[in-house]
Design a binder for this molecule. Sequence first.
Ligand code: ZN
Ligand code: ZN
Length: 365
Amino acid sequence: MPDNHARRRTALRTRLRERELDALLVVDLRNVRYLTGFTGSNAALLVHADDDERTVLCTDGRYLTQSAQQVPDLERLIERPCPPALVERAAAKGLRRTGYESHRVTVDELDVLRAAGGEDAVELVRASGLVEQLRVVKDDTEIEALRMACAAADRALADLIEHGGLRPGRTEREVARELEGRMLDHGAAGPSFESIVATGANSAVPHHRPTDAVLAAGDLVKLDFGALVDGYHSDMTRTFVLGAPADWQRELYDLVAAAQAAGRAALRVAADVRDVDAAARGVVEDAGHGERFLHGLGHGVGLEIHEAPALAKTGEGKLSAGMAVTVEPGVYLSGRGGVRIEDTLVVRDGDPELLTLTTKQLVVV
Ligand code: ZN
Ligand code: ZN
């Protein structure tokens, strides 16, 4: 896939020139991966603003072979620690204004970089989030990885239910372990975050961690989980009822489902992210449960489980085609139970593309 990575570097170089930077030091490993395809655990990248031939990937000796295979198209430097080695290289090449990822470099590390750049040779310039801004809109390769990650989660959940994995008597931890194992069976490298399995009153806790609590007949059971495929994260929540639902459970479910549908319908190119949040939140507020919807409507997903854009009251910006986001309203009745329904979708011209395909009908198990 060198073509994709080269294309992304080209887009980044345009931004560097707009900011009159001669180069950018990339230290975030996800950003390094995005720009080069390198998946090792130690690396940094010096992106030259004008000439891709002068961009340098640095890693250490453990990745000598892997880096040659994954990144055949760039000069490589095998040295550690990488960031100061690349700043030294920038100085040697006569690069002046060199941006660094100020949202990732610590104050102590900055001192080391300054020393490596020499007194007046390299001017280190704060440049936070430049690669992340590119990552907000996904290309086809990324969307395909997200599709596979969502499919692994869909299949794992279908298997879990088909094999009776969701039943009274099991613990939240047992269900979480089984779900995660089944995602591995369907091609996931791992779970994309610590799975949430929350039964009964625990389902009213938005980010409950699985415990030894036992699933019981009549419980709402909330599963929020995802799979990791090619570095990309899927994210899905479904809420079930063990046995026949009580009226309040069905009403709560129908309300959240209606809010979720409104949120999905608001996912349009050029929509303000706050308006998308408001579309779903309004449904919950109209039902008198506004203060029980305790979080934003959704978030971007990609190389990170939570990334831009935030679909929230406090979010900023407008949607563009190719953004991958979640829509996940929830209503939480403290001490009783909660419902959240979450999909991962891609914003498209016209209707968004749904990646998490598990039914959103109330499933009674
Ligand atoms: Zn989730
Ligand atoms: Zn989420």
